[in-house]
Write a protein that binds this ligand. Structure first.
Ligand SMILES: [Zn+2]
Length: 69
């Protein structure tokens, strides 16, 4: 049976085996954010959101975006 090592307080790093440390960190990887191409301006944007570049969503302008001079 697997022992549940619930750490309620700081544990000296030598007391945690390489394997246990690596098992814990197996879920810590960062993932690249999902992006889709804006169909209006072609900018890579987050899906299901108004494009921050052109203010378009679902084919029409829904917010005004300040033009960068
Ligand atoms: Zn856009």
């Amino acid at each position: 049976m697997m022992t549940l090592n619930i750490q309620l307080f700081a544990v000296p790093f030598r007391k945690v085996s390489k394997t246990r440390k690596r098992m814990r960190r197996s879920h810590n990887a960062s993932v690249a954010p999902t992006t889709v191409k804006c169909p209006n301006c072609g900018e890579m944007i987050k899906p299901h959101r108004v494009c921050p570049k052109c203010g378009y969503y679902k084919g029409k302008e829904v917010v005004k975006v300040k033009e960068a001079a």
